[in-house]
Design a protein around this ligand. Structure first.
Ligand code: ASP
Length: 819
C-alpha cells in the first residue's frame, strides 16, 4: 500500500515538475497552478485576546478563535510561493514526502493519559490565545466514526526549546491541512462526558509536520454548500455527508454478513451487456466494430436468472445499474441495487428473506446510530453500541425512538418481521390512491379514500364535478384541528397552488369538490350534497369501521371522480392529492411529524400496463402493453397465466414491492422458469417481434436447460439509504452523484468526443455520412467482415482531448450523440 502511495506521489510530482519546465499538463493538474486569490482566511495575523486563558479551555469555545499565519514562517511549511532556485524548490517538494511507515499513527484503542502518541489527521482552525498558547482541533484520520475528539494544546516557556519549535511549526500550518502530530495525551479536566457525546482528548504538542498545505484560495465557511464540481470539498467539509456514507458502508457490511450466513454468494455480473427490450431505456457503449455496441445493464436481471439455471442457487450483489431515464429527485442514470435471487423458491420465500434482512438492517441501525435532529432532518450520528446493556440480541429491548435504558442515547426504532404490513396493489390503489402508501398518513388527520356509493350523491352534484359518463366517485376527510375559517383558508391556498405543483397537476376529468364542515352553516356546510346525502354522510362518519371519527367543525371533505376501470399505473389523482396535503399539513405544523418507519409489502401487481401509462420503451410489442415489472415476471396463478391472452389487463403478477414511508425501496417477483411459458408471454401476449425475442435467446436457452423455479428481489440501495437518512434525494447518499442533466461536473462527464473518436467508434451525426473511403477511417477501425469478432490492433492512445480545440462539432448535436 505504502509503495503504491509513494509511487503515485512520485508520478504526481514528476508531472508537476514537467509542467514547470514548460511542458503541458493534463487538464486535472492545471487549475492548481492557475489559482489566484486576494483575501484568505489564512492571512489573518493572530491577535492574542486573553493572556489569562489557560490550557484547560474548552475545545468547543469559539469565542477567541483566530487564524494566524506569520508570513515568514508560512513559507517554510504552509506557503505556496515557489522558490526560484531549483534545488530549493526540490527541497520544498521533498518536504511533502514523509515516510508514513516511520511515523505510524498510534492505534486509538487503549489511549491512556500521559501516553506519547502519533496522530494523523486534518487540523482545524487554530485559536491563538497568547504568543505562547494555542489550541487546535484535529480530525483524527484513523477514528473511523469521529467518536473521539482531539484538541492540540501548544505551549512553550523556553525560547528555542522543542515545544517552542513545535509551536512555531503549528503556527505556520494553514487550517485544514493534513498533518502528522506527536504529543502527550492528557485527559481534559472536564471529564464528565455528556452521554452520547464524543470522547475528548487533549494532546500536548511535541511536534507537527504538514503533509500538504491547504491552499489559501479555498475559503472555508461554516455549513458551506460547495458547487458540484468541488465535490471533494463537500466531502471534506460536510461531516453529515461523511456520516451518511459511513452508515451506507456499515449497512453494506451488515447485509453482506447476513446474506452470507444464509449461504448466498456474491457474484459479479458483467457491466458490458447488450441491448435487450427488457423495459427501460439503456445506455449504449459503442465499439470499434462497425454497427456493434454494448449496452450497460438496467439491472443484472438476466444474468441472475442465468445463474439460477447455472446451479448458483443463492446469489446477491451490490450491483451498478444504468437507466437512461428522465432525471428526477429520486433517480440517477447510474444507481446501486442490492440484487438478490433464490432458486427452488417462490415469491413468499423471498419476501420472508427480505423482511428478515430488513429487520437486521434496522437492528444494526438502532444498535450503533442515533437519530439526531439537524436542520429539521433526522440525521444518523454514530454513537456505538450501548456498552451498559448486556450483549446479545435476545436481551435487548425493542427500542422505540426513546433514550436507551442504559446510556441515555436515543436510538432508532427497530422493525421486525411482524411489523411489516401486507396489502395487495388493488387495496393500495383503492384505499390510498397509490401503489406505495405512506402508512404514517393516518386518521383522524387524514382518512383513507372511500367510495361514495352509499351516500347516493345527487346527479346534479356529480355532474358538476365531472364530465365522465359513469364515474367512480370517491372521498376522503382531513382533520387538522383548525376552525372552519382557518381550514377553509388552508385548503383554498393549497388548491390555488396546484397549477404549480409538479406531483398533483389538476385532473382533466374531474374538478374536486371541497367542503368544510361548519355547524354554523346550513346543513353544516354540506348543502352541496343535498339533505339526504348530507345526513347519510354524517351517519357514515359515525360508524366505527369507517374510521372517519364523526364530523367536527373544520373537517375538510374532498370528493373526486375517476374512470370506473381496473386500476393500472402507480397512483390516482386523489391519492397524489392525499400525500401532498399530508406533506403540506406536516410542514405547516397542523399534523405532527411522524418519525417512525412504516414498512409495507405491496403484492399482486397487474402483470401488464397499457403503454400510455409508461414512460419507458417497454418490450416493443404490438399489443399496446408492457410488463409492469419486467417480462420475466410470472403470472400470480395458473388461472392468470391462461387468462393472459384474452384479458391481459386483468391478470395479476407474482410481483411484490417493499415500501417504507411511501417510498418504494425495492421490488421483485417470481420468474417464469419454463421456456415455453416465457415464449407464450412474449410472443402471444406482448406480441413482441421475432427480432426482439431473439435478443433473449440466451435466456430461453438457460430456461430450457432445466432451470429450477426461482424468485428474487432488488433493493434500490440508494433509495433505502435516503429513507434511513431522512434526506429528500438519493444524491445525498451517493459520493459522486450526477446533476439533473446526468452530468458529473467534478470530472466533467459526459465529455465531448473528438472527431477521431467518432471515426473510431463509427458514430456519425445525421448530417455526416459514413466515411466513404477507407483512408478516412482510423486504421484500427477499417470495416471488416462481421464474422471477424475483434480488431487485433490496439488503438493509438488518444491524446487528452481539448474541447476548445475541436472547431467543427456543435455542442447540441454532440449531446444528442452522447445520449
Ligand atoms: N431486476 C428487477 C429490477 O431492477 C428486480 C427484480 O425483479 O429482482 O427492478
Amino acid at each position: 500500500m505504502v509503495r503504491i502511495i509513494s509511487s503515485y506521489l512520485q508520478r504526481t510530482t514528476l508531472r508537476c515538475i514537467s509542467s514547470i519546465k514548460g511542458q503541458s499538463l493534463p487538464r486535472r493538474f492545471q487549475p492548481i497552478f492557475r489559482l489566484e486569490h486576494t483575501r484568505t482566511l489564512h492571512d489573518e495575523i493572530s491577535k492574542p485576546t486573553s493572556s489569562e486563558s489557560t490550557a484547560t479551555e474548552s475545545i468547543e469555545s469559539e469565542s477567541i478563535e483566530s487564524e494566524s499565519t506569520e508570513p515568514d514562517l508560512a513559507e517554510s511549511q504552509g506557503g505556496e510561493s515557489e522558490p526560484a532556485d531549483p534545488s530549493v524548490r526540490w527541497e520544498a517538494y521533498n518536504k511533502n514526502f514523509i515516510d508514513l511507515t516511520k511515523n505510524q499513527a498510534t492505534p486509538m484503542v487503549g489511549y491512556l493519559p500521559g501516553q506519547e502518541v502519533t496522530v494523523h489527521g486534518f487540523i482545524h482552525k487554530r485559536r491563538d490565545v497568547s504568543s505562547n498558547l494555542s489550541f487546535c482541533e484535529l480530525t483524527n484520520a484513523s477514528d473511523y466514526n469521529s467518536r473521539k475528539r482531539i484538541q492540540i494544546i501548544s505551549t512553550w516557556s523556553e525560547d528555542g526549546s522543542r515545544q517552542f519549535l513545535a509551536h512555531q511549526d503549528l503556527r505556520t500550518i494553514p487550517a485544514y491541512s493534513p498533518v502528522i502530530v506527536t504529543g502527550t495525551l492528557q485527559e481534559p479536566p472536564y471529564t464528565t462526558q455528556k452521554p452520547g457525546s464524543a470522547r475528548k482528548w487533549d494532546l500536548k504538542l511535541r511536534s507537527i509536520h504538514c503533509l500538504n498545505p491547504f491552499p489559501k484560495d479555498i475559503i472555508v465557511s461554516k455549513d458551506a454548500v460547495w458547487p458540484p464540481h468541488q465535490r471533494h470539498l463537500q466531502l471534506r467539509f460536510d461531516p453529515l455527508l461523511r456520516d451518511r456514507l459511513r452508515l451506507r458502508s456499515s449497512l453494506q457490511t451488515t447485509i453482506t454478513k447476513y446474506l452470507q450466513s444464509k449461504n448466498f454468494i456474491q457474484v459479479d455480473t458483467p457491466l458490458l451487456f447488450k441491448s435487450t427490450p427488457e423495459g427501460a431505456r439503456e445506455f449504449l457503449v459503442p465499439t470499434r466494430r462497425e454497427g456493434y455496441a454494448y449496452a450497460l445493464p438496467q439491472s443484472p436481471q438476466q444474468y441472475k436468472q442465468i445463474l439460477m439455471a447455472g446451479g448458483i442457487t443463492r446469489y446477491y450483489q451490490f450491483a451498478k445499474c444504468f437507466r437512461d431515464e428522465d432525471h428526477r429527485a429520486d433517480r440517477q442514470p447510474e444507481f446501486t441495487q442490492l440484487d438478490i435471487e433464490m432458486a427452488f423458491a417462490n415469491g413468499f420465500d423471498v419476501i420472508k428473506l427480505v423482511s428478515n434482512l430488513l429487520a437486521k438492517i434496522f437492528l444494526s441501525l438502532s444498535e450503533k446510530w442515533s437519530p439526531t435532529n439537524i436542520n429539521g432532518i433526522r440525521h444518523p450520528v454514530y454513537v456505538g453500541v450501548d456498552e451498559t446493556l448486556p450483549r446479545g440480541p435476545k436481551k435487548k429491548k425493542k427500542d422505540q425512538e426513546a433514550p436507551g435504558p442504559g446510556d441515555g442515547i436515543t436510538r432508532y426504532p427497530r422493525i421486525q418481521y411482524k411489523d411489516i404490513g401486507f396489502m395487495t396493489y388493488s387495496q393500495a390503489m383503492k384505499h390510498f390512491g397509490t401503489d406505495k402508501p405512506d402508512m404514517r398518513i393516518i386518521h383522524p388527520y387524514i382518512t383513507n379514500i372511500r367510495g361514495t356509493i352509499h351516500l347516493k350523491l345527487p346527479q346534479e352534484f356529480i355532474q358538476k364535478i365531472t364530465s365522465l359518463e359513469d364515474p367512480y366517485v370517491e372521498m376522503m376527510k382531513l382533520r387538522l384541528g383548525l376552525s372552519p375559517y382557518a381550514a377553509g383558508e388552508f385548503i383554498r391556498k393549497f388548491m390555488d397552488s396546484l397549477p404549480n405543483n409538479t406531483t398533483v397537476k389538476l385532473s382533466p376529468e374531474s374538478t374536486p369538490a371541497v367542503l368544510v364542515y361548519d355547524s354554523s352553516k346550513p346543513l353544516n356546510g354540506l348543502s352541496a350534497f343535498g339533505h339526504e346525502s348530507a345526513d347519510r354522510f354524517e351517519e357514515f362518519t359515525k360508524l366505527e369501521e369507517s374510521h372517519y371519527h364523526g364530523c367536527k367543525d373544520g373537517d375538510i371533505i374532498i370528493i373526486h371522480a375517476r374512470k370506473r376501470e381496473t386500476f393500472h399505473g402507480s397512483s390516482t389523482w386523489l391519492g397524489r392529492l392525499r400525500k401532498a396535503l399530508y406533506d403540506d399539513a406536516v410542514k405547516k405544523g397542523f399534523i405532527p411529524q411522524n418519525n417512525s418507519f412504516k414498512a409495507l409489502w405491496v403484492t399482486e401487481f397487474p402483470l401488464f400496463t397499457p403503454n400510455g401509462d409508461n414512460a419507458d420503451p417497454g418490450q416493443g410489442g404490438t399489443a399496446g402493453l408492457s410488463s409492469t415489472h419486467h417480462p420475466f415476471t410470472a403470472p400470480l396463478t395458473g388461472r392468470d397465466f391462461f387468462a393472459a391472452k384474452a384479458q391481459p389487463l386483468e391478470v395479476k403478477a407474482d410481483h411484490y414491492d417493499l415500501v417504507i414511508n411511501g417510498v418504494e425501496v425495492g421490488g421483485g417477483s417470481r420468474r417464469i422458469h419454463v421456456a415455453k411459458h416465457q415464449d407464450f408471454i412474449m410472443r402471444e401476449v406482448l406480441k413482441m417481434t421475432e427480432e426482439g425475442m431473439a435478443e433473449f435467446s440466451h435466456l430461453f436457452e438457460a430456461l430450457r436447460a432445466g432451470c429450477p423455479p426461482h424468485a428474487g428481489f432488488a433493493f434500490g440501495f440508494d433509495r433505502l439509504m435516503a429513507v434511513l437518512c431522512d434526506v429528500p434525494s438519493i444524491k445525498d447518499v451517493i459520493a459522486f452523484p450526477k446533476t439533473n442533466k446526468g452530468e458529473d461536473l467534478m470530472v466533467g462527464s459526459p465529455a465531448k468526443i473528438t472527431r477521431e473518436q467518432r471515426k473510431t467508434y463509427y458514430m456519425f451525426q445525421e448530417s455526416e455520412s459514413a466515411p466513404e473511403s477507407e483512408s478516412e477511417l482510423a486504421p484500427e477501425s477499417k470495416p471488416e467482415s462481421t464474422s471477424e469478432p475483434e480488431p487485433t490492433t490496439e488503438p493509438e492512445p488518444t491524446t487528452e482531448p481539448e474541447p476548445t480545440t475541436e472547431p467543427t462539432t456543435e455542442p447540441e448535436k454532440d449531446q444528442e450523440l452522447n445520449a
